[in-house]
Structure formats: C-alpha cells, structure tokens
Unconditional design. Structure first.
Length: 193
C-alpha cells in the first residue's frame, strides 16, 4: 500500500512527518486543554509539517484540513460517546509488547513506522475470544467487559478489581462546555469541521 508522504496546498508540497510518534504527539496536543485553540492548531501543523508548515500562515487552514485527513488515515471520523478503551501514551508498553509478539520481534522503538501502517498493524493485532489475544487487546477487552451477566458476587468483584487495575487514568482535565464550544467555533471558522 502507498502511504502518503506529502500534502499539497496550492502549488506547494509539504513533507509530512509520517512517523507514528508524530501522530501520537498530535493526538496529545489535540487533547491538551491547558493550551488554547490557536496553540493547538499551530502545534499540530508544526509537528506534522515542521518549519515549512509553520512559516506559511496563509496555508494554516488547508494544512489543518490535510492534517485531520492524514491523522484519521483518510477515514471519516465518527463521533463516539463511548469511553475510550486505549490511550497511546498510557498503553505504550502494551502496544510495544503486542507488536513485538504478534509481528515477529518488531521493535517499534527502533523502527520509523508510517502512521497509517502503524494503525494497520494495530488493527491487525491478535484478538480472539478463544484466548489467542495480544496483551493490549486482553487489557482492552477487560476494560470493555460487560458485568451485567455476572451473577456470582465473588466473580463480579474479581472482575471489577481487575478492571480497576487496568483502567485508564482520568488525570486529563475535561474541557468545560465553554472551551468545547470555543474549540468547535474555531474549527468551524477554519472549515475543519
């Protein structure tokens, strides 16, 4: 598969920092409520397109649109009300060991992997209810485990305790309604959403 390496705005080509770590950094920037919308936008532009992108303010709007398309692996982003079952930063060790185990010693710390390929690899990690499951997906499955069918109180408590041990940390500050509205207005004005 051909993964994109450049985006074009007007007649200018911008090289994308395609390494998966750059995309994870963009995700971190996008979720950082301690910075304002403009800092977020500029952080994403700089992370993906470097000095070339940051030094071309007339292309910011289109670069953000291209960044969104690139970061979503050219797929439509679905707004999901469900709680996330994975965090790239918190689960990095599980991601590493799962890739290493499922892909014959692939060491993502030593490889520069294109973001889209990284996501293809993530989607291909072993995940079976029959037990053949990578470490990351075992944890994700536990996080998503529905307790409603468990009648035995001891078994229920055991699973609740296990879910607590692998729960995602909630230390990220939630955006206020005003911050979310402001961010939405900013992105709408840019034509990103």
């Amino acid at each position: 598969m051909n993964y994109p390496e450049y985006v074009k705005v007007d007649d200018k080509l911008y090289k994308i920092n395609t390494d998966f770590r750059a995309a994870i950094k963009c995700n971190e920037i996008a979720q950082d409520n301690s910075i304002n919308d403009i800092e977020r936008a500029l952080g994403i532009i700089y992370t993906l397109f470097g000095d070339d992108g940051i030094n071309t303010p007339e292309h910011y709007e289109m670069l953000l649109k291209k960044a969104k398309k690139y970061l979503s692996c050219d797929e439509e982003i679905k707004t999901n009300e469900e709680e996330p079952d994975m965090d790239f930063l918190q689960d990095y060790g599980l991601i590493w060991v799962s890739m290493y185990s499922d892909y014959n010693g692939l060491d993502i710390d030593k490889e520069q992997i294109h973001w889209w390929k990284f996501m293809d690899l993530m989607n291909g990690l072993s995940n079976s209810e029959m037990g053949n499951c990578c470490a990351l997906n075992r944890v994700r499955n536990l996080r998503n485990y529905d307790l409603k069918d468990i009648k035995d109180p001891k078994e229920r408590k055991k699973i609740i305790d296990a879910k607590k041990q692998v729960a995602l940390k909630k230390n990220k500050k939630k955006a206020t309604k005003e911050e979310l509205k402001s961010a939405d207005e900013f992105l709408k004005n840019l034509g990103v959403i």
